[in-house]
Ligand binder design. Sequence first.
Ligand SMILES: C[S@@+](CC[C@H](N)C(=O)[O-])C[C@H]1O[C@@H](n2cnc3c(N)ncnc32)[C@H](O)[C@@H]1O
Length: 245
Amino acid sequence: MNPATPTPSYYSRGGLAIYHADCRVVLPTFADESFDFVLTDPPYLVNYQGRWDGDREPIAGDNTDDWLHPTYAELWRLLKPDTFCVSFYGWPQCDRFVGVWKHLGFRLVSHLAFVKNVWGLGRFTRGKHETAFLLAKGRPPRPAKGIADVIEWEREPDAFHPNQKPVHALYPLLAAFAPTGGTVLDPFLGSGSTLRAAKDMGLRAVGIEIDEHYCRRAAARLAQDVMFPLPAGETSEGERHDDLE
Ligand SMILES: C[S@@+](CC[C@H](N)C(=O)[O-])C[C@H]1O[C@@H](n2cnc3c(N)ncnc32)[C@H](O)[C@@H]1O
């Protein structure tokens, strides 16, 4: 039973849907236990001033944790029994993330490192990796084929989101933890990497993004039959990506 009013989708095609909204508004409109896997990359709570199109722009939700408990509580409700959630997180705030996950009942069953081919700048060390937890709701079965907990990360040359995860780094996660034909959820979609990876692997998926600029770019990525970089200077601005079905 859910009395919340459904939000119209921003993009919906071939089993992939994007919602342009605060995920705290959209998630309550979905039925209990309707997703097979969550793969998400929330704001890291580090007050990051990202950049797109030359401007310095804060990432929504990066300076407040008021979304943290409500969102993961919804993810717990929406996951089917005995399933997985892979969540990136900001290491400076790992206690807050882990505290909420454990409070909700998620078990920390593995930790993943992504090793970047391009080094960042840093104060004490130069950042060359990202991390994510593999969380379990209940007792999911072991994947048919185990994957390494270290995954290579090659920056995408046409990346347009300051926190963009390379699609190739997400394939092993979907292969191991999303069942064939299953439905994947990402409430912090950004550039759409999770949905693009799901599309490439024949999965259904739902993404939510609060920033319309990123919804538009993500929709353009999904609309491509084959992934290819946009030519220099060309953007997807102005294309229509409302429900095409
Ligand atoms: C770390 S980024 C995700 C990047 C993404 N994984 C990618 O590969 O591009 C987090 C995203 O969540 C969005 N966001 C922040 N708060 C949100 C909320 N309450 N609901 C939906 N999206 C939100 C931000 O605008 C940002 O694009």
